[in-house]
Design a protein around this ligand. Structure first.
Ligand code: 13P
Length: 257
C-alpha cells in the first residue's frame, strides 16, 4: 500500500466569471503561503470558462495548485455541440476531472454507464478522474446506501485497469449532505468511505484499494474537516460552498492547524 497524500479539491460549480476566478485563485495562493504542500495536494475546479485564465495565473506564479474540470465528454473531437473533450482539457494542464457529480446525475441524465465512459476517456488522456458517488435521502431511509455505493463504484470503474484506479480518486458525497449545511457525521462518512474502499478491493484488488484516494464531500467546512480527516478511509475532501471563499477554503486545506 502506498502512502496516500491528502487531497483537498474545491468544486466551484457554476460560480465565478473568469475575472472573479483569477482573483479567487490569487487570494487562495496568498492565504496558503507556508502551507506544507508535501502533506496536502490542493486542487481548484472552476467552470470551463475560467480554466485557461487560471492555468495562466497558476503557471506564471508557479503556484503549487492543481486544476480540475467539472465534467468532460468522452469523444476526442467532432460534432458534439456544446461539449468539451479530454484533449482540450489536457492541453490546459487540467490534472483532475470531477466525473458523475450528483448534480450531473440528477439534472443532466448522467448514469453509471456515461460516468464510466468519462472515467475511461479521462484516463486515456492522462488525467485523473474524481468519481462521485452517493445516496439520496430516500435511498438512505430505505436502507439502500450500501447497494447504491457498491453499484456506483463498480459501474463507474468497470473495465478500468487496477493501476489506473490506484491513481484515481473517489468522492463519497451523500446527496442529502450537499449544499444543505447538514454534513454527514464523521462516523457515517467513514463507514461510507470504508465500504467504497472494500468495494474497490473486491473489484480491482488490494493494491488499487490501498492507493485510491477517497474523499468526503457534503457541507465540508473549517469546523468539521478535522473530524473527517481523522477517519482511516478518508483521504481528503471535495468542497463546494466553502471553496468559494479563499479564507474559508484555506482553513479547510490547513485543517490540522
Ligand atoms: P457543498 O460543500 O456546498 O455541500 O457541496 C459539496 C459538493 O457537491 C462538492 O462537489
Amino acid at each position: 500500500m502506498t502512502e496516500r497524500k491528502d487531497l483537498i479539491v474545491g468544486n466551484w460549480k457554476m460560480n465565478s466569471t473568469h475575472l472573479e476566478a483569477i482573483q479567487m485563485v490569487q487570494k487562495l495562493f496568498y492565504r496558503l503561503v507556508a502551507t506544507d504542500y508535501d502533506r496536502v495536494e490542493v486542487v481548484v475546479g472552476p467552470p470551463f470558462t475560467s480554466l485557461r485564465s487560471i492555468q495562466t495565473v497558476i503557471e506564471s506564479d508557479s503556484m503549487p495548485i492543481g486544476l480540475a474540470a467539472q465534467n468532460v465528454y468522452w469523444e476526442a473531437e467532432g460534432a458534439f455541440t456544446g461539449e468539451v473533450s479530454p484533449p482540450m482539457l489536457a492541453e490546459l494542464r487540467v490534472g483532475h476531472i470531477i466525473v458523475g457529480h450528483s448534480e450531473r446525475r440528477a439534472y443532466f441524465g448522467e448514469t453509471d454507464e456515461t460516468v464510466n465512459k468519462r472515467v475511461k476517456a479521462t484516463i486515456a488522456h492522462e488525467m485523473k478522474p474524481i468519481v462521485c458517488v452517493g445516496e439520496t435521502l430516500d435511498q438512505r431511509e430505505a436502507d439502500q446506501t450500501a447497494e447504491v455505493l457498491v453499484t456506483q463504484v463498480k459501474g463507474g470503474l468497470n473495465g478500468v485497469p487496477p493501476e489506473d484506479v490506484a491513481e484515481s480518486a473517489i468522492a463519497y458525497e451523500p446527496v442529502w449532505a450537499i449544499g444543505t449545511g447538514r454534513h454527514a457525521d464523521a462516523d457515517t462518512a467513514g463507514v461510507g468511505c470504508g465500504l467504497i474502499r472494500s468495494t474497490v478491493a473486491e473489484s480491482h484488488g488490494d493494491e488499487a484499494a490501498g492507493s485510491v484516494r477517497i474523499l468526503y464531500g457534503g457541507s465540508v467546512s473549517p469546523g468539521n474537516i478535522k473530524d473527517f480527516m481523522a477517519k482511516r478511509d478518508i483521504d481528503g475532501a471535495l468542497v463546494g460552498g466553502a471553496s468559494l471563499d479563499p479564507d474559508t477554503f484555506a482553513a479547510v486545506v490547513r485543517y490540522w492547524e
